[in-house]
Design a protein around this ligand. Structure first.
Ligand SMILES: Cc1ncc(COP(=O)(O)O)c(C=O)c1O
Length: 557
């Protein structure tokens, strides 16, 4: 039964109560003074009844036709005054009981974005709401503990994921450091470890149990009815654990609060939801309350681990579109193999294109790697809104298919939100300053954390922007973090950039000797230039960092 049905049902029960008691006393002018009231005079002695309350509180005087005391001893509302049928009366207590008897304190699952500034902000702004963090591994727990040093002392620190003795020890020690750590059992063996280690460390643990729900809904949790279904099962499990004697306090409904990535408000889409945040919240609270009330269980504190809903909107990935591939080919910037790959893509997408459009379709190159910056598009087919961030006062005159720098067959965007296979775009040359920028929106959760280094393209440069409260439209860049350079990326794959440069230098020396280069100028310049390549950025740059002095004589350049 839904909370609304329950409400109607309760109201019906009230209506079936007998008609209101007849007041036994009449009051004259004197009766206005409380101690003169005969009922009051005896109220400590006589047996009590709803009708005496009605008299005592003078409901029979000021209440009609809208208020009365009913036989259950509660105030009853008669919405239609004298015309109110018994079945239409509403018990005021039932309305008051509709409130929730505990509070909400959520946690942010750091796996969605481990960026220090983001987590620090969540802790800082969430502190008045006892907002905490969720960790799924030992390093995540370490960073969560560190960030929560500045958080609310009541904030939960939920430890999820598979755990070994070290993970559990760290979670227990965190309790000693006054973090509100909860070790959530992922598997049975963890219970033995917790008992053993908590005895050893003499730290009383607080534990949780992960309930793997049987509720299944073909992958989509985009409607409130489905959310209610899952929460009902979780609430019943909670009540059962209470019945079995566990000292339960919190229901953590986990993640799953969806984002409308494609704006369709569709409940059956992987990238959309049909509810608002308020509707989601109402569904969770009503469902939990209704089940706990029915089972006479105290309302638990509600927690959630909403990841996407918390951070998706905070990141905008801005990238520049480069020339159509054919122009790059003509200028010698693209090989024939690369052009062939792009042409294949063009043909494929044109064939698959279902939307009739008279606009010419061109292939544009994005100065990014899909594997690094939009890994979920590649891995799971997740769609994100992508559009120009300027020139929106101009009509798009063509459609574009976007491919990335990797020239990998998967390094392309073949579907856009709405199911379209190309994106309305503007002519690149029509822009006075020569740059054409696109933005990818709602990618703040998971994309940064899951980005790969396929082709050794690393994370893009990141700037953190804050608005200036007293300057309309103003902003400050509070930090700028350069993405990894080629050397960093090589090191990540266990290469040794320093040794590489040294080897090149030796090789150049040998070859320089062969070429009769006596003064070592070539070898020095070559080695110095190669070292600069190691510290260069892997993405397309407007100018080359190659600043070697011109060298002649040995045929190297
Ligand atoms: C344990 C846990 N909590 C929270 C989340 C975040 O889910 P969402 O981004 O749907 O809110 C996930 C996502 O996979 C998860 O595994």
């Amino acid at each position: 039964m839904s909370a609304l049905e329950q409400f109607i049902d309760d109201a019906t029960l009230v209506a079936s109560a007998p008609s209101l008691p007849v007041p036994p006393f009449c009051f004259g002018a004197k009766a206005k003074v409380f101690p003169d009231n005969a009922a009051v005079a005896n109220y400590e002695k006589s047996d009590w009844s709803p009708s005496l309350s009605s008299t005592l509180y003078r409901v029979d005087g000021w209440g009609p036709p809208y208020f009365a005391v009913n036989s259950s001893g509660n105030i009853s509302i008669r919405p239609h005054g004298k015309e109110t049928m018994p079945s239409q009366e509403i018990d005021l207590l039932e309305i008051a009981k509709k409130g929730y008897g505990a509070h909400y304190q959520g946690v942010f699952p750091v796996k969605c974005n481990q960026d220090r500034f983001i987590i620090e902000d969540i802790v800082k702004f969430g502190s008045p709401f006892r907002f905490g963090l969720e960790a799924g591994s030992k390093p995540e727990l370490l960073l969560a503990m560190h960030c929560l040093c500045k958080g609310s002392p009541e904030a939960l620190l939920v430890c999820n994921g598979f755990k070994d003795a070290e993970y559990i020890s760290l979670a227990l020690i965190a309790r000693k450091l006054a973090f509100n750590t909860v070790v959530v059992f992922e598997q049975e063996e963890e219970l033995d470890l917790v008992i053993e280690l908590s005895k050893k460390l003499d730290i009383r643990p607080v534990v949780g149990v992960r309930a793997k729900l049987r509720t299944r809904h073909s992958g989509h949790y985009g409607s409130t009815s489905v959310v209610a279904d899952g929460v009902s099962e979780a609430a019943q499990i909670y009540c059962e654990l209470v019945r079995l004697g566990a000292n339960m306090r919190v229901v953590d409904i986990g993640g799953g609060l969806g984002i409308d990535y494609d704006g369709s408000k569709a409940s059956d889409s992987d990238v959309s939801v049909s509810y608002t945040l308020e509707e989601y919240t109402e569904t969770v609270v009503k469902t939990l309350r209704s089940i706990c009330d029915k089972r006479s269980v105290t309302h638990p504190v509600i927690s959630s681990e909403s990841g996407r809903a918390t951070v998706s909107h905070h990141t905008v990935l801005i990238f520049e579109l480069k020339q159509h591939c054919i122009r790059q080919f003509k200028q010698g910037a693209l090989s024939i193999e690369q052009l062939a790959a792009v042409d294949g893509l063009h043909l494929m997408v044109s064939k698959a294109a279902s939307e009739p459009s008279s606009l010419p379709v061109h292939t544009y190159r994005m100065n990014l790697s899909i594997f690094t910056s939009i890994p979920n598009y590649w891995g799971t087919g997740h769609l994100f809104p992508i559009m120009p961030i300027h020139r929106l006062d101009q009509r798009p005159t063509m459609r574009g298919m976007l491919s990335d720098l990797t020239c990998d067959s998967d390094g392309k965007l073949a579907t856009y939100i709405g199911g379209e296979s190309s994106l309305p775009l503007h002519e690149l040359d029509g822009n006075k300053n020569g740059h054409y920028y696109l933005g990818l929106f709602l990618g703040g959760a998971y994309e940064e954390a899951q980005g790969q280094i396929h082709n050794l393209f690393g994370a893009p440069n990141v700037v953190r922007v804050e608005s200036e409260a007293d300057n309309p439209g103003g902003f400050i860049m509070t930090s700028a973090l350069l993405g990894p350079n080629s050397g960093d990326l090589l090191q990540a794959m266990r290469h040794e950039p320093k040794a590489m440069v040294e080897a090149f230098r030796r090789r150049a020396e040998e070859l320089g000797a062969v070429g009769g280069n006596q003064d070592g100028l070539v070898t020095e310049a070559l080695a110095g230039g190669l070292a600069r390549f190691v510290s260069s950025w892997p993405y397309l740059m407007a100018t080359s960092t190659w600043g070697m002095p011109p060298v002649t004589g040995n045929g190297f350049f």
